[in-house]
Design a protein around this ligand. Sequence first.
Ligand code: ATP
Length: 235
Amino acid sequence: MLSVDNIQVFYGAIQALHGISFEVKEGEIVTLIGANGAGKSTTLRTISGLLRPKSGSVKFGGNDITKAPAHKIVQMGLAHVPEGRKIFPDLTVCENLIMGAYTRTDRAEIAGSLDNVFQRFPRLKEREKQLAGTLSGGEQQMLAMGRGLMCQPKLLILDEPSMGLSPILAEDIFKIIVEINQLGTTILLVEQNAFMALQIAHRAYVLETGRVMLAGPAAELRENPKVRSAYLGDV
Ligand code: ATP
């Protein structure tokens, strides 16, 4: 479904990605893990058209999207829920969700998606008229994910969904990610919380200083001594 081939990305003169390659197959949860500054967010931003690679390519559903504008990429079925959530604080929960459907025009379909999101996140339904800026951190994360789902993506890209959440809330968010996946949405997940990410993912890639250092089934990487000492807190 998604294939990233040898992308090199620069911020001015500084090279952030040194030829990253990986793939996500239909139906999978794939996670990218790595320390701060490893290049995870940069990789996601390049996939969704917010950054341009100097070389290499990104293919989505068989189409080359390396040079496609971000809004076209969303229309093709790829939704990116950014780090820090980036909800609209002065709009209500419902208005934020409707914004997520901006690529669609059929009102009945949009209403159907809204119902689906409210079913998945009953807390959002209870708060549909509340200003998004007044939601708790966990509720804002639910809203950001719900907004991503409003365009009915084939691939949902999640950047640090557990950031700033208590362990219990983070666990809820991970459960919801698994449910969304089981209902047919492919997921690319970036997480600082490698322990949780490796529990729910099918496969994983470990990034270090803009390169893929390790790759494999998540169950195997969970047992890998290097991963255990660097990312899972083993001594
Ligand atoms: P984190 O887990 O801390 O979010 P990350 O793995 O997502 O880290 P990136 O945010 O992709 O890492 O950053 C990769 C590298 O690119 C870092 O060295 C970072 O300082 C640099 N970088 C990121 N954004 C910019 C920017 N706008 N301008 C210059 N350098 C940047």
